[in-house]
Design a protein around this ligand. Structure first.
Ligand SMILES: [Zn+2]
Length: 409
């Protein structure tokens, strides 16, 4: 049993409680959170570690969306336009996958780990990232992705998907949970999507999907026109969308789906998402591909649970979640900076944990898993209200980290 004490403790509960001169007592689970003197008095046999001045204790962070298999990308993929980027991914995906050796995977995960991420949602297209997801001390929801627009190839697609899913079942343990991802409504035939969703339901697996990321996707699903029409013409003389937005969404009814992006969602779609899952917002990716960023006011008016995803290094220059939060903060100048900072920390902790749903963390509260990180600010703060903003402005790496009570940083 251990006790950590610090100047401040962020519970990341619904009320966003910040405690001063606080402590946390834990083993695998959190035993008590409260005032330093009381926690020490109530747990006399615990080993006490007083963290350095200006330290902050908070829950481990959650990155709800990352593609590790593209971690070799630095200057290969083309930014500035969603379709051009997609074409460059298709052209270079095998090269990028081949180029990501063990060190490349390690470096990618290390960026998340050092930034304080204790849980992430990995979207796996080929299974190349399974080993690193198994080896890392971090908790991983491992989303095996399926896509394919031609039902004639369905048998081969199912075979490949089932093989990858089985491999992830074989490696599953307390920190690695197999899950299912449907790539998107423009790339996955509804029959193939339904097959994978049914599999997820039968096996009680988490599920994720990209949805309404670009203007091109909106136009294509609504009208069968726009940039996607020209793109699809390369494969088909008379291309038509395989589904529309609402029919696609309805396949996920009653599940706790991580919908990724959602920048182009209308109100009806946001309402559906709010009742059937959460939204992973990836602002750096959106910016690089010239997509709009999420309208947070519109999403919050519908009570959508927003979470933070870095996306992969295929559309980001960093997997550090604080870099992502800083980008989010500066991309949303319509929102009050103090209020948004507070919300951002909730998006990256409690909301992310609820979205991924399996690991009971994201909050410092009795009986939650002891996924805890500590951060040291450069100086003391003068106003507690500023703390979330100061954290986002100054944090690059954590000072220490615990997963299920075990120290890993
Ligand atoms: Zn993605």
């Amino acid at each position: 049993m251990k006790i950590l004490t610090a100047d401040y403790l962020l519970c990341c509960d619904d009320d966003f409680t910040i405690m001063k001169d606080a402590a946390i007592c834990f083993d695998e689970k959190i035993i008590e959170v409260g005032k330093k003197d009381e926690v020490i008095k109530n747990n006399p046999y615990a080993i006490v570690k007083n963290l350095s001045p200006n330290s902050i204790i908070m829950p481990g962070l959650v990155n709800t969306h990352v593609h590790l298999e593209y971690s070799a990308n630095q200057t290969t993929l083309v930014y500035g336009d969603f379709i051009k980027w997609l074409q460059s991914v298709i052209k270079n995906r095998e090269f990028l996958q081949r180029s990501c050796d063990k060190k490349c995977y390690n470096d990618a995960v290390e960026q998340m780990l050092q930034s304080g991420v204790t849980t992430f949602g990995a979207i796996s297209s080929f299974g190349g990232d399974l080993e690193i997801c198994y080896e890392t001390p971090l908790k991983v929801v491992y989303f095996n992705e399926i896509l394919g627009s031609n039902p004639d190839f369905a048998d081969d697609i199912y075979k490949d998907f089932e093989k990858r899913l089985q491999q992830s079942f074989d490696m599953a343990n307390d920190t690695l949970k197999p899950a299912v991802s449907i790539h998107s409504p423009y790339s996955t035939h509804p029959m193939i999507a339904k097959y994978a969703i049914d599999l997820a339901k039968e096996n009680d697996l988490n599920i994720a999907t990209h949805f309404m990321e670009s203007k091109a996707e909106r136009e294509w699903l609504d009208k069968g026109s726009g940039d996607f029409y020209n793109f699809m013409k390369n494969f088909n003389h008379n291309p038509k969308p395989m589904t529309n937005a609402m029919s696609f969404l309805k396949m996920f009814e009653g599940l706790n789906t991580v919908f990724v992006h959602g920048n182009m969602c209308n109100e009806e779609e946001l309402e559906f998402i709010s009742k059937n899952g959460s939204l992973s917002s990836c602002v750096v990716s959106n910016r690089l591909l010239n997509n709009p960023v999420l309208d947070i006011k519109k999403a919050e008016n519908k009570d959508v649970k927003i979470t933070i995803g870095t996306d992969g290094l295929s559309s980001n220059n960093s997997l550090n979640i604080w870099n992502e939060m800083r980008a989010f903060l500066f991309s949303h100048n319509e929102a009050n900076v103090i209020e948004l900072s507070k919300n951002l920390i909730k998006y990256a902790t409690i909301n992310g944990a609820k979205a991924l749903g399996i690991f009971d963390g994201g909050e410092l509260k009795k009986e939650k898993n002891a996924d805890i990180v500590s951060i040291v600010l450069p100086n003391s703060i003068t106003d507690i209200e500023q703390l979330p903003l100061e954290l986002i402005l100054h944090t690059k790496e954590i000072k220490s980290g615990y997963i299920n009570g075990e120290r890993y940083v």
